[in-house]
Ligand binder design. Structure first.
Ligand code: DGJ
Length: 776
């Protein structure tokens, strides 16, 4: 709810308040962002930093109105340079007359029905929108500060729109979406860093005086640094303490800055990266910055996480996919790479159907001369030597097997060896007469050009119209280099505007097709893409154990329903690690689970486990994909614990994951968040089975004769029988699980095996199903 008395603005959601005011000088002063508060008669004084003592060398903003106020020493709602604020500012403008100096004063406000941005994604179903106007009277330039309030998700989305009403051209050199000034409270910064196939590694660092930034310069939001980040009190834990989370609804070059000054004010700002950014605005033109997303929770990391998850599920992804159960796909990439034909992929699909797959996705290699990654990209004609019946023939055959059909595209790139490039060499991103640098043997198509956008819309649209295709995997496999010389300062952003036009048009034209974003895995995992595609392939690393780190990172800002996670074969193609099949499954279950393997190549034991585990997944799919997600243990020392909880709090799944086992392991506690205290719950471990070969020579302890653990007899038996895992089942009250937790059976310590022993092994895991006991 937005409350205002014309100069004070209090934005309230269910749990948070965001307060600022216009002061007598016309500056906007930021007063408060945190747990919900009330104001007495719009009096912000109790909350605000007092500017009553002028610090030494300060520049006074406007002596005639307030001879104590320096922009440098108060929290500002939207700052600009050259009028006394010497910190980093969200905008930097220039025109021929005033150079870099602009002076923006409060010029009214409007509370209105939320409106959409013209060219950038806008979160939907906001409760209200506040627009505050700032104006530089001399240069005739306006700033519109937009605030969308999402009451249930406890989110404020902010951006700024720059409007040139002056005669002179305006150059925009920096246009971040916001700045937020907080009083420092021993804050730490949490960022998510990574690279290809190792995305989203948590980094936590103390914030000290100085400036720290993360950014992307690759043309996409990039796996180097995700635009999501957090500021937390040092003492904040998973479920307690002050945590602020931030994200940006944008998929291109971005910049996030935190700057702690000597006066203990912390400035946080983020938006489009000013790197190679120089945008011209003529008289009457507007420049929209992307919406940034801000939230706060006093309930630690999990509290802030839930706000971001609710927001993404309910206000970012296209409405038709809100709470829509996602299918189990079988993707042929790791099973065949580009070496496939119709017979082979149909056999993969058919086998996967037996293990619960519902949709077959044909990956890269189906078109043009695409037999490896040197040729064909940019073309859309089907490779009939691989697929003699074309896509519609293949789709029909897949449907006949009772599955849906999906297809991979990489529409934003072109191989120089392609019909598309030969016909339109000028469509590739190149710099004047220089030889462009290749990435994966391909060039980027210039999506800032309308004819290129139209080419993609038409060709992808034709493919989708001419065969029954229910799923699209939209890939993008190289970073951008060699940008054009002409209008170079506008290129990166115009590329994004072009991309949003393309994917906006296609997703509206084919609203029933489930689009999955992908950029070599998580190279473009952001809220911009999620505004069109409800899920994203999270990483090219499919090793179950590695995915623990990667998914733990994603979960800080993104809900399970957006994270595509596949069970693949072992040893994993990325690490040659053999992660147990149960763990590969259990980790993928906390996302949108699919398969990426040939079942023919799994062991009998693995296939048996797949049958059992897909059944568990499907029975619990709704809570796993859409339930509230909690981390029960920070994944730091050998242990990850994840929990999902249904909205009625009667249904929960907990996953326990270990790295390397130790002798004499500690007691393990199965605890939870959020169960109903007075409700009885039944807790069951998902039954486990052990392969007798895992016990090596110990098998001789139970064999009547001595056998070779690698010999034919053990191999023969292991194909026919398994050993049952521990049995664990409890009935207890929600408060026992929430407040203390169940102490689980002891782990294996080389001292014997019975049904009370939990044998985990390295990289092992367990799932626990917790259901309300309705009779109590
Ligand atoms: C990168 C993706 O992340 C993979 O899953 C696969 O689709 C390949 N591209 C295909 O080229």
């Amino acid at each position: 709810m937005i409350k205002t008395n014309e100069s004070v603005f209090a934005l309230n959601t269910e749990k948070i308040s965001y307060v600022f005011h216009a002061d007598k000088t016309g500056l906007l002063i930021h007063d408060y962002f945190g747990k919900k508060v009330d104001l007495v008669d719009f009096d912000t004084k109790p909350l605000s930093v007092k500017a009553s003592v002028l610090k030494g060398t300060s520049v006074i903003y406007d002596t005639s109105k307030d001879d104590q106020l320096s922009m440098d020493s108060v929290p500002l709602e939207f700052s600009f340079p050259h009028k006394g604020d010497f910190r980093s500012t969200p905008i930097l403008l220039r025109n021929e007359k005033y150079g870099y100096v602009f002076d923006f004063k409060f010029d009214g406000h409007e509370v209105r029905e939320p409106q959409k941005l013209e060219g950038l994604p806008t979160p939907h179903n906001a409760n209200e929108e506040l627009v505050v106007y700032l104006k530089d009277e001399k240069a005739n330039v306006k700033l519109e500060l937009h605030y969308l309030v999402f009451e249930q998700a406890n989110i404020i989305a902010r951006n700024v729109v720059i409007v040139n009403e002056g005669e002179l051209d305006l150059e925009i050199l920096k246009a971040l979406s916001y700045n937020l000034d907080l009083v420092n409270r021993n804050f730490e910064l949490v960022t998510l860093a990574g690279g290809w196939a190792s995305e989203m590694n948590k980094q936590i660092q103390p914030i000290v005086e100085g400036k720290y930034s993360i950014e992307s310069r690759t043309g996409n939001s990039s796996a180097k640094f995700n635009p999501f980040f957090m500021i937390k009190e040092k003492t904040a834990t998973l479920d307690n303490g002050d945590v602020y989370s931030f994200n940006l609804i944008y998929s291109g070059n971005h910049l996030e800055e935190v700057e702690l000054g000597h006066y203990d004010l912390l400035r946080v700002e983020a938006g489009i990266n000013p790197f190679c950014f120089d945008y011209k605005l003529k008289k009457g033109e507007r420049f929209e910055t992307p919406f940034a997303v801000l939230t706060y929770s006093d309930q630690g990391i999990n509290g802030a996480r839930l706000n971001m998850h609710h927001f993404t599920n309910n206000h970012v992804i296209p409405s038709q996919w809100n709470n829509t159960i996602r299918p189990v796909v079988i993707n042929n990439w790791e099973a065949t790479y580009m070496k496939f034909n119709e017979r082979k992929v149909l056999s993969i699909a058919k086998k996967a159907k037996k293990y619960g797959a519902e949709l077959f996705v044909l990956d890269d290699g189906w078109f043009g001369a695409r037999n490896d990654d040197h040729a064909g990209l940019g073309d859309y004609d089907v490779n009939t030597s691989k697929l003699p019946h074309g896509l519609s023939g293949l789709s029909k055959r897949v449907h006949k097997k009772g599955m849906k059909f999906g297809l991979w595209f990489e529409p934003e790139s072109v191989n120089p060896d392609s019909e598309c490039f030969r016909a339109h060499p000028d469509w590739a991103v190149t710099n004047v007469d220089r030889e462009p640098s290749l990435g994966r043997n391909q060039l980027i198509l210039d999506l800032s050009k309308k004819e290129v956008q139209d080419y993609i819309i038409e060709n992808v649209g034709n493919v989708l119209s001419n065969a029954k295709i229910e799923f699209v995997k939209w890939d993008m496999n190289r970073n951008i280099s060699d940008i054009p010389g002409l209008n170079c300062g506008e290129f990166y952003h115009r590329y994004m505007l072009g991309l949003y036009r393309v994917i906006g048009t296609l997703t509206s034209k084919f609203p029933d097709v489930l689009f999955e974003g992908c950029a070599s895995g998580g190279n473009r995992f952001d809220l911009g893409i999620l505004s069109y595609f409800p899920q994203i392939w999270a990483s090219d690393d499919t090793d179950g154990h590695e995915r623990l780190t990667i998914q733990s990172g994603y979960f800080l800002g993104y809900p399970q329903s957006t994270i595509s996670a596949h069970v693949s074969s072992a040893p994993s193609h990325q690490l040659l690690r053999t992660t147990p099949i149960d763990t590969r499954f259990n980790v993928a279950m906390f996302g949108v689970l699919g398969y990426e393997l040939n079942f023919k190549e799994l062991t009998k034991f693995e296939r048996k486990r797949c049958l059992a585990l897909i059944d568990v997944y499907k029975k619990n799919r709704e809570v796993l994909q859409f339930g509230d997600f909690y981390e029960l243990d920070s994944y730091t020392d050998n242990f990850a614990k994840w929990q999902v909880l249904s909205s009625d709090k009667k249904d929960s799944v907990v996953g326990h994951f270990v790295t390397l086992q130790k002798t004499n392991p500690k007691e393990t506690i199965l605890n939870t968040y959020g169960l109903i205290d007075e409700q009885q719950y039944k807790v069951d471990v998902v039954p486990v089975e052990h392969n007798i070969k895992d016990f090596g020579g110990l098998i001789n302890m139970i064999m009547p004769i001595h056998v070779n653990p690698n010999g034919w007899l053990v191999n023969f038996i292991s194909k026919r029988m398994t050993l049952p895992g521990e049995k664990e089942s409890y009935v207890t009250y929600g408060n026992a699980l929430n407040n203390k937790g169940v102490i689980l059976n002891p782990e294996w310590t080389a001292s014997g095996m019975n049904e009370g022993v939990r044998i985990l092994k390295d990289f092992g895991s367990r799932l626990y199903l917790i259901k309300a006991n309705e009779t109590h």
